[in-house]
Design a protein around this ligand. Structure first.
Ligand code: ZN
Length: 346
């Protein structure tokens, strides 16, 4: 990108959603000076008798978790979507509503309460990926499920009160708005160029290298050109795939490896268990042709300058649109240079 433009406020286009983001690089000319002291007391026991997700414990619903050894899935006791409901639309003047049904599940990544993805073994992360694939197939094959959203909220800052390693899957009748936006832009590119938008984008990023964070045989992790969150990243498969169900066994391993290394870098950034929301965007399961879809996983972490200073989406962001100070290139450079060994193991 031209030096001239990158030294001044400018807008960048998110090619997946068609939305613009304001970048104000002049506000952070000073080098990054994150605090590096370790916070004590982050260590947790392998088992917590009060945790709803630990093996053998009784949940709020009264159900008892089995003594599971591998990733374990159950129906969310506080599901935001319910499988049954009235099938009707409501129109009254300017008021519009449609019924919505779905299934919400919790995926415990490990029986060990003390773990997180960056400190799990790669072979155990592979089992999480295999569980995600199973759930995607099982839920996606139902005729009343047209989209399966896999995600993880990690840390208090992201509203996750339970530290037990887990994620969620919300699957539903309608295709959510973020997915619709990405569908439309990938389809437009596919129809115009006969190629995958993210494959073409990846090719350009691999040539420029300035936003790359990690790369292995099968995947790339990078800070997208249009990133909104300070250390936002995206994991993109090098092969054109519509959904995680298409991953081969070898790709499961490569995906697990890059997930581990990326989350290690995140923890190393401020020497803390790094909070984020991560999620997998993939093709809807509505039975239609989605060959334009290229699955990817995004990480939206809130931290900005230290383990206690977060970026707020307020004021201009709420009323006008997203804005960032450090550029995607600066963030990528910082992440790239961080160790691939977890700070607690050094
Ligand atoms: Zn637990």
């Amino acid at each position: 990108m031209s030096q001239q433009l990158n030294a001044h406020p400018h807008r960048r286009l998110n090619i997946l959603t068609g939305e613009w983001i304001l970048v104000s690089p002049h506000r952070t000319k000073r080098p990054w000076q994150g605090r590096l002291e370790k916070i004590a007391g982050e260590e947790r026991p392998s088992y917590d008798a009060d945790c709803f997700l630990c093996p053998g414990n009784t949940r709020a619903s009264g159900d008892k978790n089995p003594d599971y050894k591998d990733p374990y899935t159950f129906q969310n006791d506080f599901s935001a979507l319910l499988p049954e409901g009235p099938k009707e639309d409501y129109y009254e003047g300017l008021l519009t509503a449609k019924s919505e049904t779905g299934v919400c599940r919790v995926v415990c990544f490990s029986p060990d309460h003390s773990l997180t993805l960056p400190v799990m073994e790669i072979s155990d992360i592979e089992k999480v990926i295999q569980k995600w694939k199973e759930e995607y197939h099982e839920l996606g094959s139902r005729k009343e499920i047209n989209y399966v959203q896999i995600f993880e909220n990690k840390g208090d800052m992201m509203g996750c009160s339970n530290p037990h390693p887990h994620g969620q899957i919300w699957s539903q009748l309608s295709v959510p708005v973020e997915v619709e936006k990405k569908s439309a832009h990938q389809l437009a590119h596919w129809e115009k160029n006969g190629s995958s938008l993210l494959m073409d984008y990846l090719e350009q990023e691999l040539e420029l290298k300035e936003r790359l964070v990690l790369e292995n045989e099968r995947f790339v992790a990078l800070v997208p050109y249009w990133a909104i969150w300070p250390y936002e990243t995206m994991i993109i498969p090098k092969r054109h795939m519509q959904h995680i169900g298409q991953l081969t066994a070898e790709e499961d391993g490569a995906f697990a490896e890059i997930l581990k290394l990326l989350t290690i870098k995140y923890d190393n950034l401020f020497q803390t268990s790094f909070p984020y929301s991560s999620g997998i965007h993939q093709q809807p399961t509505d039975g239609k042709n989605h060959e334009h879809w290229h699955f990817h996983m995004s990480f939206y972490p809130p931290l900005l300058r230290s383990k206690t200073v977060k970026k707020f989406m307020v004021g201009y962001e709420l009323f006008a649109g997203p804005q960032r100070d450090i550029t995607a290139e600066q963030a990528a450079e910082t992440l790239r240079e961080l160790s691939e060994v977890h700070y607690t193991k050094l």
